[in-house]
Design a protein around this ligand. Structure first.
Ligand SMILES: Cc1cc2nc3c(=O)[nH]c(=O)nc-3n(C[C@H](O)[C@H](O)[C@H](O)COP(=O)(O)OP(=O)(O)OC[C@H]3O[C@@H](n4cnc5c(N)ncnc54)[C@H](O)[C@@H]3O)c2cc1C
Length: 469
């Protein structure tokens, strides 16, 4: 099966069927988006699922009603997810997966306070020009909230499953016997038996070191130095706001500074406003400077919000040095009954909003693996092959764009110059042609595999239009 066909299988919105219990006890390390989604899938295949998380998830567990009663006060960023204060956009493909695994999720999230802004309240600027060709169809579907809000809704649904529980503790190693995982170590020397383990401890995962300690090779790591700087602040959103969402992308070029900014409506009648820069272009924490950047470096809507809406709380900054991927699929030896998911496998430049959606697609890959009558005495190679399809798709889109940044110096994919040339023409065509724009939107929202952009009829059309632009 081609990568595109496999991607279509993994990103299906159809409910999974044919689940059966394969083992007594699964343990998930990390209870953020990837860990929660993995636990949801495992609940169909294990008698018991235990999530080991360094933050106390039980303490944070809230019903939708509790959240809806006080959407602003009920949920807050937690220490284990330091990026949680920053803008988090969920791509339509990730939304499909949430609805797939938690039927009714979209309506329930909207009832609890998430926002689906009316289409005529959205603005999208590319290189300072207002675009009037918004996405339509599935790519237009939006569920906007703060990251802690979204995570709280998923958490409540997972912890509400009869066979899932959680314990607070820091995982610090694996127990292995005969090249298979049999347990995990956590906390102050506690040990938990496990028939299957998922590492979902995020981009700083120590799984590679643990493997090394047991004499297994470490997965090769690829990094792309992006030097991304974020600053985010919340503002009070008036009921009669004309513009709810505004995204601005300024591409690099001679005499131009690459910058991405956005404001989106979130629960509790607020906006979350992001200004970002690269390398030495580093927004600080000063509220005055933040307002100035909104006014000077972004379309007028940004200055309007920052100068007229009351700010709520402080400006919060975040620096991400690199995008990184751990290529587990390249390993010749790996323990049986062990997988990794989410940022523990790959984390990308967050401006493309791929992380949470990738985590949901890794869960889909886990479901495919467990429903495929796997030989649990062997490493989960087919799982890692499927995860590679998802990682490649996201990596291709985000790193191709990032390689155009002047401070990014590779690694370059094979045929980079040609890919860059054709991508440039497709991008130009998307600015002029509705169907090219829609197809590009399907790929950037992870509804379709990037190879959809290389189908001959599409490519010829896009290149012809792009060359005339
Ligand atoms: C600034 C920024 C902005 C982003 N914006 C977006 C966006 O717009 N859209 C999007 O889709 N994605 C975005 N992302 C990515 C997104 O945050 C992640 O991809 C997503 O959270 C999935 O990650 P995860 O669950 O794999 O890991 P994380 O969310 O990082 O969670 C890891 C979990 O593991 C726990 N943990 C870690 N170590 C241990 C241990 N030893 N023992 C027990 N528990 C442990 C942590 O406490 C945490 O709960 C952004 C990321 C950043 C940095």
């Amino acid at each position: 099966m081609s990568a595109a066909d496999r991607f279509a299988v993994l990103s299906t919105a159809e409910p999974a069927t044919g689940q059966r219990v394969l083992f007594p006890r699964a343990v998930v390390l990390g209870g953020s988006i990837a860990g929660l989604m993995a636990a949801r899938v495992l609940s169909d295949h294990a008698e018991q699922v235990l999530i080991i998380e360094r933050d106390d998830l039980t303490e944070l567990d809230l019903t939708d009603e509790q959240i809806a009663a006080d959407p602003e006060g009920a949920v807050a960023p937690r220490p284990g997810v330091p990026q949680g204060s920053q803008v988090h956009a969920l791509l339509p493909s990730g939304l499909n997966q949430l609805e797939r695994w938690f039927p009714g999720f979209i309506d329930e999230a909207l009832a609890a306070g998430a926002v689906n802004p009316p289409p005529d309240t959205n603005r999208f600027y590319m290189d300072g020009k207002l675009r009037d060709d918004p996405p339509t169809g599935p790519a237009a579907q939006a569920l906007i909230s703060s990251r802690p809000f979204l995570e709280a809704l998923i958490r409540h649904r997972v912890l509400g499953l009869a066979n899932v529980r959680t314990v607070k503790g820091r995982a610090d190693g694996l127990v292995l016997r005969d090249d298979a995982v049999t347990g995990v170590r956590y906390g102050d020397g506690s040990e938990e038996a496990a028939d299957f383990v998922v590492d979902a401890t995020g981009r700083s995962s120590r799984l590679s070191d643990w493997l090394d300690g047991h004499g297994f090779p470490k997965p090769p790591m690829q990094r792309m130095g992006i030097k991304l700087n974020y600053a985010t602040a919340l503002f009070r959103r008036p009921a009669d706001a004309q513009v709810w969402t505004c995204i601005s992308i300024a591409n690099p070029g001679p005499g131009k500074v690459a910058r991405i900014g956005g404001f989106t409506p979130i629960e509790g009648d607020r906006w979350t406003v992001l200004v970002s820069g690269y390398a030495d272009d580093r927004p600080g924490r000063d509220a005055g400077e933040f307002r100035q950047r909104c006014a000077d470096d972004f379309p007028p809507e940004f200055g309007q919000v920052a100068s007229t809406a009351p700010q709520v709380g402080d400006v919060i900054t975040y620096h991400q040095a690199d995008s990184r991927r751990r290529d587990f699929h390249k390993l010749s030896r790996f323990p049986a009954r062990l997988v990794a998911a989410g940022d523990a496998v790959a984390s990308f430049n967050p401006v493309y909003g791929q992380g949470m959606t990738s985590a949901t697609l890794h869960a889909s890959a886990l479901s495919e693996y467990l429903r495929g009558a796997p030989d649990l005495a062997k490493p989960a190679l087919s799982y890692f092959q499927d995860v590679k399809v998802v990682v490649d798709a996201a990596w291709q889109v985000s790193t191709m764009a990032d390689l155009a940044l002047p401070h990014v110096d590779g690694p370059y994919p094979r045929g980079y110059k040609a890919i860059q040339f054709f991508s440039g023409l497709i991008f130009k065509a998307s600015m002029r042609d509705h169907s090219v724009n829609q197809r590009l939107g399907q790929v950037t929202t992870m509804l379709e595999h990037p190879s959809a952009l290389t189908k001959p009829r599409f490519l010829l059309r896009a290149l012809a239009i792009g060359a005339r632009a």
